[in-house]
Design a protein around this ligand. Structure first.
Ligand code: BTN
Length: 331
């Protein structure tokens, strides 16, 4: 980050943290060790990014409008400082943040890092599906790393990240979001987000890991494409009000990085096993699974120790699924 961006960030943080929202120009100049003219200059730069400020005599400045689209400074201003946080790469547009992260890893870019884009032109979901990625309404992020873990430990990774993000949304926003095996975030029977983990494994060891997540934030029913109407939802729909995209971005970045750190730090299995039933939206439901050998129906009965879904069929047999697509059958 440049020196001037550093100053803009300090100004933003001071304004966001001020009790009544006001900070005097003098206080800002003093804090930065620069002249008031220089503070105005930084505020002009922030205005050009979509911020507006209100100035009141003897009180100082207050933010009166924040940008609606993804803004690197604002997201950073909302983030808690953490010395070892990953590098954040903000983009206005990209084909797919997962593809961009893979390219960076392939080109020896220093990891870990997190790519975050205001829109995607070729957002991807599992099984070659398209991930609807319009500008300025939702979040699209990919975390790239070169972790030193055995590939077989990765079996629980995506589900672990899912419960971690869901728990963070509960802690910070009070929203009880569920996880639908194997890679969706769900609320009220509708898809709120999706995760896509992609890894490069060489000679039995993990070389590169990309964890991508798309979270629907401000999308409303009337702007979903036809095929997603009724089956997708957004944080805005569940809270009943528009969400601050950059605040939500900061929250999601924290969840991803903390979840990843916890995963690396040690054995997450027992914590995962305790948390999973709370977030598992399939448990006890009659579901239909698409498998290579045709469709299968049964009652979803939790996970085995490799993260495979346990299915009890009507005939009483038990099958496990290690990947695939499942739908809840309404009885
Ligand atoms: C799915 O539900 O099938 C997974 C969707 C994953 C979407 C995210 S958005 C950010 C990242 N970049 C992509 O192209 N895909 C993932």
């Amino acid at each position: 980050m440049s020196h001037s961006e550093d100053h803009s960030l300090i100004i933003l943080k001071a304004l966001l943290e001020a009790k009544d929202g006001f900070v005097s120009g003098n206080a800002l100049a003093e804090q930065l060790g620069v002249s008031r003219v220089s503070v105005w200059g930084r505020m002009e730069q922030l205005r050009s990014q979509g911020f507006e400020f209100e100035a009141i005599r003897r009180k100082g400045y207050r933010i009166s409008k924040k940008p609606d689209s993804l803004n690197a400074l604002l997201t950073r201003a909302y983030l808690k400082e953490s010395e070892d946080s990953p590098e954040l790469l903000f983009l206005a547009t990209i084909d797919s943040t997962n593809d961009h992260a893979s390219r960076l890893l392939a080109n020896d870019y220093e990891a870990p890092f997190l790519v975050i884009s205001n829109q995607q032109t070729l957002g991807r979901g599992r099984m070659g599906r398209t991930w609807h990625s319009p500008p300025s309404s939702n979040l699209y992020m990919s975390f790239g790393s070169r972790p030193y873990v055995q590939p077989n430990r990765m079996q629980l990774f995506t589900l672990w990240m899912g419960v971690y993000v869901a728990r963070h949304l509960w802690d910070k926003l009070g929203m009880m979001v569920g996880v639908k095996w194997p890679n969706d975030l769900f609320f009220d029977g509708k898809k709120l987000g999706g995760m896509l983990t992609e890894a490069r494994v060489d000679a039995d060891s993990l070389r590169e890991l990309v964890f991508g997540i798309g979270l629907n934030v401000n999308q409303t029913q009337h702007d979903w494409p036809k095929e997603l109407k009724g089956s997708a939802t957004s944080l805005r729909e569940l809270c009943g009000e528009e969400q601050d995209l950059n605040k939500t971005a900061a929250l999601l970045i924290e969840a991803i990085y903390n979840g990843y750190q916890a995963f690396l730090a040690g054995n997450i299995r027992s914590t995962f096993e305790d948390m999973w039933p709370e977030f598992d939206i399939l448990k006890g439901q009659l579901i239909e699974a698409e498998t290579r050998n045709g469709n299968l129906q049964g009652i979803a009965s939790g996970l085995d120790n490799r993260g495979s879904l346990i299915l009890k069929t009507e005939e009483g047999t038990i099958t496990t699924l290690n990947s695939g697509e499942v739908h809840i059958k309404h009885r």
